[in-house]
Design a protein. Structure first.
Lengths: 621, 510
């Protein structure tokens, strides 16, 4: 099967093409087309993963383009890392396909929605299977396109259209960095292939300054895609897309591609201490920054979005502090529990007829048991409560940061852990406990059908057990699998002490949330207003800052240039033209403008030609 | 292989034009079918040339050469031939011409004249790409100018008179400068080779000017002056800032099929001229002006993109985008690397396909909405989802989305400029990074344009518009398909170009 792993992305691609061409006819069956395709991909991924555990990395490639003397190839390879990713992507994608059947039921363009989901799955799987950074970049851009299409799926809503554009543009800033990085890498090492490029770097063929530059350029791409500070601003807005999309693209898979990128390019980062430090600090700042905004936000999806930003920051922090396995382990568990949280949120939103303000929710627990319980499991996992998946992976990150020894990073990690538990349970208590405070029309939401609850239960099960794979219970099996072929330092493991610290932080956060929002029945609107609260509610004014520092000046400059173009450049020409024309009119007897003009130009041209010919001839002597 | 296949290809459209003259003007359908048939035949011929082309040969092939005019002091040959630089452009020309002629069903007045001019124009373009004699090159170059002047002036929009005048003035003067340089090249070259009469033969001139033993006969100052004159002459066509202001008017006023040809092929004549004549005959001067060309390229990229950002008219927006994308060609060419030169050629082809598609889409929307003003459009995805879908695809291709040709050419051009030797371009990295910022601006204005036309709320007056018609699928699928084909399988194109590029760069480097 490893030899045929290339087929995994092609199932959803076929679904995309079929739905694109015959979507109108197939509309009622569109969800099944998508589900079947992803079903095949999932099964194939499981086979590949199992098979990969027993064998070695397999790769194959064909010629893509010849550039002078060098040839660039495209192909695929199956490494431990991407075998794991295949499993994560296909499983979450399949469940989202199932979930969407109900969620998107009323939408007239459901076939388009499933077509886009297929294109996304193809692109994401292609990204994961890529054996070289150029191919990764190609699919990297395609997942960005799918994100654009799906965020803007409800294109008639101005907010959705604006959010789609914003998502594409902000990530494109990072993409330009990545593009420059891969070009520099190619020019320095002569190859886009991971193996060959790493070898050249390890052999010292590339100066350390250039390695740092390459690593930072590549990291810029990761910052954009994984919504790290300061390019995180697109992700919360991307919540304008349908909620299953948020679960798949903006929680579980695409946004994790930045983390995956750093992991794939890890040997480059290892060769530059500066780059690793930048990764660690960017991740840490992002983690605490986004968590703090999540404390006060009132939109169920945006809270989860900021939480995603924050958790992606923790993954980066782990990678930056030599916690390679910890970062990737957290990527995996996060995909499951954050996918779960988004889908459960989607279940609530669907039942409430697309209302998202948590101040207008409450008491959902009584009416939607499956959704509530699965959401609670997701929240506990995210908060890092034993023995759920998030506990093990967050502890891994904590251990990496601890053994790295930087007190600033450690403090940020500790505070973020506490904040995470607090905002998640603020969210949980406000949505699921207390009395319903919203529109009386929807005060008795009903639990959704099996199409929605089965994916929730499945993901909840994964959120419970997935942590085992890298715990002492399994002898850190995932670590043994992932480190194959890599030169990594010892991966830090937390002892009882760190586990206790981690649990204490989670417990404290949940307890405080209970005191503030859970205990009393009147879990209503928060009233306190203060400088910090205002700052947080306005998301540190980042959007306004970009508007003032980037958008406005660029547009102003462009308008100035337009005036310059019209009056200075074109104006000069028009003056010359007008005087020439009047000369022409004065000289000509007929006043047939255009013909005369051509005659004039020809005459002027010919005279000039003759003059030059004469001069050159004379010059010849 | 058919003998003299290049001549056949070049003059086929002209022959078609002559036949059209014999058909009574009332038989519009016969005229249309004849024109489409002629362009299709030319397309088939060019595909035959493509498949017969020997990919391992770096020099000229399929050559034809006959003595033509002998003025005593001047000897002019009829010489045609192609290499990896000209072949892709020949095929581009026949593709764009065919879809443009198919797209001309919107032309309703003076149909016969319109097609005659268009076919003459096609012969002119094909001739430029196949000519190996500078004088012949010039004649074909001029042969593109006159038909386009009439097409804009007669079938253009409201400001057609102004636009055609401006087009003519600019490109005519550009040609004059170019021709002066040609004359100087010919006479000086003859002098250096001790010939009795001047020759316009490109291959012979290239040898004369690069031969070190002629360094006394031809001073480097003179050569530098010549190179600059060529650059200026061709810059108008490309166009290069600040010689570009004819373009937005011409592109916005010409009928859509003519704009497709203008933006798709005619702009490439300038780039081709710089590479073929400037780089081909004066490689050392090209190297010494590499920094200038790279800087001009970056100015084009950023300036064009900035202006595109604030346009309120869809066609002008695409026009400025076109200026911006021409900068990529300059950047790649300036780098003197294999990747860069190949990127420049890729970009010529890619931009030709994509910009023609963009203009076609703008025109297709105009036919339905009667406006190009962005603020009057919006929400069209609801009434014409297929057209707006292709519009989005064209915009994505234009902004360099992988999987389509624009990405490959941008990648190659930037690989080239980042890899440029410091001896050729001292601060290449700085120039390259500034150029790369253009990638972000490009995405901004194109997505904005799509958002303003396709997304948002739809005005009620656009309810019930007719979506794509069968004939419209020909340009849409043809152009987008070609762009995707190159984007997914770029070796289809690189195989043809590569030998020539290797030779081209080694000559400059060595």
């Amino acid at each position: 099967m490893l030899q045929n792993a290339w087929i995994i992305p092609f199932f959803p691609l076929i679904a995309f093409i079929v739905l694109l061409l015959f979507g109108k006819v197939l509309k009622p069956y569109a969800p099944y087309v998508g589900m079947v395709a992803l079903g095949f991909s999932f099964v194939a991924s499981v086979v590949v993963l199992v098979e990969r555990m027993g064998t070695e990395t397999f790769g194959a490639a064909v010629e893509w383009i010849t550039i002078g003397e060098s040839t660039v190839t495209m192909g695929f390879e199956v490494t431990p890392l991407n075998a794991m990713m295949l499993f994560v992507v296909t499983s979450v994608s399949f469940l989202v396909h199932v979930f969407s059947k109900q969620y998107m039921r009323e939408d007239d363009r459901i076939h388009v929605f499933y077509a886009y989901l297929g294109l996304f799955s193809f692109s994401m799987l292609g990204l994961v299977l890529a054996p070289n950074i150029l191919q990764l970049f190609i699919f990297w851009e395609l997942v960005g396109l799918c994100s654009f299409l799906l965020v803007g799926f409800w294109y008639f809503k101005p907010e959705a259209a604006a959010a789609a554009k914003k998502a594409f543009l902000v990530t494109r800033i990072g993409d330009v960095g990545l593009l420059i990085g891969l070009i520099l890498l190619f020019n320095a090492t002569g190859s886009f292939e991971y193996g060959a490029a790493f070898e050249a770097i390890n052999n010292g063929q590339v100066s350390s300054g250039l390695v740092t530059a390459i690593a930072l350029c590549i990291f810029l791409g990761a910052v954009g895609k994984s919504a790290q500070f300061p390019l995180h601003v697109w992700l919360p807005d991307a919540m304008e897309g349908p909620t299953p999309v948020s679960a798949l693209i903006h929680a579980a898979t695409m946004v994790a591609a930045g983390v995956y990128l750093v992991a794939v390019m890890y040997p480059v980062f290892q060769s530059s201490g500066t780059a690793l430090t930048v990764v660690a600090y960017t991740g840490a700042v992002t983690a605490i920054f986004a968590a703090s905004i999540a404390l006060v936000n009132t939109d169920i999806k945006r809270i989860l979005a900021y939480s995603t930003v924050s958790q992606l920051g923790l993954m980066m922090l782990a990678l930056g502090t030599a916690g390679y396995v910890a970062g990737l382990f957290h990527l995996m568990t996060h995909a499951f529990f954050k996918g779960l949280l988004f889908l459960a949120a989607g279940s609530v939103i669907y039942a409430l007829h697309h209302r998202q303000n948590i101040n207008e929710m409450g008491g959902i627990w009584r009416n939607m048991k499956v959704t509530s319980v699965t959401f609670l499991i997701g929240a506990l996992a995210l908060a890092g409560v034993f023995p759920l998946a998030g506990f093990w992976s967050k502890e891994g990150v904590l251990a990496a940061v601890w053994s790295h020894g930087d007190p600033v990073l450690l403090s940020i990690m500790i505070i973020t852990s506490f904040l995470t538990a607090f905002y998640m349970f603020r969210l949980f208590f406000k949505v699921f406990l207390g009395q319903f405070r919203g529109d009386p029309e929807v005060s008795h939401p009903r639990e959704n059908t099996k199409w929605m609850t089965v994916p929730l239960v499945t993901l909840a099960a994964l959120a419970v057990v997935a942590g085992v794979v890298n715990s002492p219970l399994s002898g850190y099996a995932l670590e043994g699998f992932l480190v194959e072929g890599l030169t990594l330092g010892d991966q830090a493991h937390g002892g009882i002490g760190l586990a206790a610290l981690s649990l204490f932080l989670s417990g404290a956060g949940i307890l405080l949330a209970w005191v503030k929002y859970g205990r009393s029945q009147a879990v209503g609107t928060e009233h306190s207003k203060g400088f910090i609260k205002t700052l947080l509610v306005n998301k540190y004014y980042m959007d306004e800052l970009y508007e003032a520092v980037v958008v406005t000046p660029v547009l102003a400059l462009s308008r100035v240039l337009q005036r310059f173009d019209r009056f200075a450049v074109d104006g000069t020409v028009n003056v010359v033209a007008r005087s020439l024309r009047s000369v022409g009119k004065a000289a000509g007897k007929q006043h047939n403008g255009q013909m005369q003009t051509y005659g004039l130009v020809t005459i002027v041209g010919s005279i000039a030609i003759l003059v030059v010919a004469f001069m050159v001839r004379g010059y010849f002597g | 292989m058919i003998p003299n296949i290049l001549s056949l290809l070049v003059f086929l459209p002209l022959a078609g034009a002559i036949v059209l003259l014999l058909i009574p003007r009332e038989n519009k359908n016969v005229i249309r079918s004849m024109a489409v048939g002629t362009s299709l035949l030319a397309l088939v011929l060019s595909v035959a040339v493509w498949s017969a082309f020997d990919r391992t040969v770096s020099g000229m092939q399929m050559g034809e050469s006959y003595p033509w005019i002998d003025f005593g002091i001047v000897q002019i040959d009829y010489a045609l031939g192609i290499d990896g630089l000209s072949l892709p452009l020949l095929l581009l020309t026949t593709i764009i011409s065919t879809v443009a002629i198919v797209a001309s069903f919107t032309i309703r007045e003076r149909v016969k004249e319109y097609y005659v001019w268009t076919l003459v124009l096609i012969t002119g373009m094909l001739g430029v790409f196949a000519a190996l004699d500078l004088f012949l090159f010039f004649l074909f170059f001029e042969l593109t100018l006159i038909p386009m002047f009439f097409i804009i002036g007669i079938w253009g929009g409201k400001k057609r008179s102004y636009a055609s005048f401006k087009f003519l003035l600019y490109t005519g003067l550009g040609s004059a400068v170019m021709f002066m340089a040609f004359i100087a090249l010919a006479f000086k070259g003859a002098d250096a080779m001790n010939l009795a009469s001047a020759t316009f033969n490109m291959v012979g001139l290239a040898e004369a000017f690069s031969n070190p033993s002629n360094s006394e006969a031809i001073s480097s100052t003179f050569k530098a002056g010549l190179f600059l004159a060529l650059l200026v002459g061709f810059a108008v066509k490309l166009p290069i800032f600040p010689l570009h202001t004819w373009l937005p008017d011409a592109y916005a006023e010409a009928p859509i099929p003519a704009t497709m040809i203008l933006a798709g092929v005619l702009s490439k004549l300038g780039a081709y001229g710089i590479l073929r004549v400037g780089y081909g005959i004066l490689p050392d001067q090209a190297v010494s002006f590499a920094t200038l060309i790279a800087i001009l390229g970056v100015i084009n990229i950023i300036y064009g993109a900035s202006l595109a950002l604030v346009q309120t008219d869809l066609r002008k927006l695409i026009a400025y985008a076109s200026i911006s994308h021409m900068g990529i060609i300059l950047l790649g060419a300036a780098s003197f690397t294999q990747a860069g030169v190949q990127g420049a050629i890729f970009q010529m082809v890619s931009h030709g396909l994509i910009t023609a598609l963009l203009f076609f889409m703008a025109g297709a929307l105009y036919v339905r909405t009667k406006t190009y003003t962005l603020s009057e459009l919006g929400g069209l995805a609801k009434s014409v989802p297929v057209l707006t879908g292709f519009m989005l695809a064209a915009a994505l291709a234009s902004l360099g989305l992988p999987g389509m040709s624009g990405f490959v050419s941008e990648l190659l051009a930037f690989m080239g400029i980042f890899g440029a030797s410091p001896d050729v371009i001292p601060q290449a990295t700085v120039i390259a990074v500034i150029g790369a910022l253009g990638i972000i601006l490009t995405a901004a204005y194109l997505l904005w344009a799509v958002q303003r036309t396709a997304f948002g709320q739809m005005d009620d007056k656009y309810r019930g518009l007719h979506d794509a018609r069968p004939l419209e699928y020909v340009p849409m699928i043809g152009l987008l398909g070609a762009s995707i084909l190159i984007g997914v399988f770029p070796h289809l194109l690189s195989d043809v170009i590569n030998s020539t590029v290797i030779e081209f760069v080694s000559r400059i480097g060595g």
